[in-house]
Design a protein around this ligand. Structure first.
Ligand code: RIB
Length: 301
């Protein structure tokens, strides 16, 4: 069983669905409202745990009811939460999401997620250093991201850095990670000076650009590689990237090569967007194995 550590955000998603987004100053009637579990970190932890990873989560919640519920949710998904700390002076993180025609737009309020400390990371070094892969995203303060990546780099631990949402980072950080997985719009914000082909050539077998229904692209050191997505009708794309990253991590640490790991991630993501909510559609390994697209040679246990 792969040992996977996820460092990142835990949030409650407040989700409204509507047939359009309101203009400035406009009030419209929506179709529905719900709260679901989210946060890119927690989502990636749940995605990996459902696929059989032995997952440790490192993050911070508030001491409100949302924080308590998020911890219960992680435990219910079999995730070790002993490195998730509670703070009293800020509310738990939240995301305010509008879903229109299956696609989402999000306002993220970090709250307690921004209170994660270097000390907390240092306390978790034994867990981090015994991981097969460490996954991290951008809903966490940059100094924490840098601390995690630096220690993994020094200890030779594989890392997947999902720079979502995009924020300015030093190029040196990218050199130190094993895999860097922006989506298309994050790529454009992070590398305004490099075309997609130039960027992928600069970071072969590391920069993996996810493009939703257009599939995934990377450069294998000799040529550009395109891995198609699975054609499904999306109900809600929230968390698709998180599912991809988690599943990609599980596949890599199970010994699959890059292309097979991306295909596995793509299938998990395609399954996840057929249900509403970031985590509710994330498949278990047995659900994936029941899919007509599951490839026997993936051999993931
Ligand atoms: O990637 C999707 C997640 O990002 C949502 O669950 C929400 O919490 C947002 O911040």
């Amino acid at each position: 069983m792969s040992k996977i550590t996820v460092v990142g955000s835990l949030s409650t998603d407040f989700v409204v669905s509507a047939t359009k987004r309101p203009e400035v100053g406009e009030t419209i009637v929506g179709d529905g409202f719900t709260t679901t579990f989210g946060g890119k970190g927690a989502n990636q932890a749940v995605a990996t745990a459902r696929l059989g990873g032995q997952v440790n989560m490192i993050g911070t919640v508030g001491s409100d009811r949302f924080g308590k519920e998020m911890l219960i949710n992680l435990k219910n998904n079999g995730i070790n939460t002993s490195n998730v700390e509670s703070v009293t002076h800020l509310p738990s993180g939240s995301a305010h999401i509008t879903v229109v025609n299956g696609d989402n737009s999000i306002i993220y309020i970090p709250g307690a997620n921004d209170e994660i400390t270097k000390n907390q990371i240092k306390k978790a070094f034994p867990v981090i250093h015994s991981s097969d892969v460490v996954i991290i995203q951008n809903e966490t303060p940059l100094e924490i991201i840098e601390t995690v990546i630096q220690t993994c780099f020094e200890k030779g631990i594989k890392t997947i850095y999902n720079p979502a949402p995009a924020k300015k980072i030093e190029r040196e950080l990218i050199e130190k990670v094993s895999y860097f997985t922006p989506n298309e719009s994050e790529y454009k914000l992070l590398f305004p000076e490099l075309s997609l082909s130039e960027g992928m050539k600069k970071y072969p077998n590391k920069l993996i650009v996810t493009m939703g229904s257009k599939g995934v692209y990377f450069n294998d050191g000799e040529k550009e590689v395109h891995v198609s997505s699975y054609k499904v009708k999306p109900l809600d794309t929230t968390g698709a990237g998180d599912t991809f990253n988690g599943a990609f991590g599980v596949a890599l640490t199970s010994g699959l090569d890059m292309i097979a790991s991306i295909r596995f991630g793509n299938l998990a993501a395609a399954m996840s967007i057929q249900k509403f909510g970031a985590q509710s559609g994330m498949p278990t390994l047995s659900e994936m194995k029941e899919s007509e697209y599951y490839e026997k040679e993936w051999h993931i246990k």
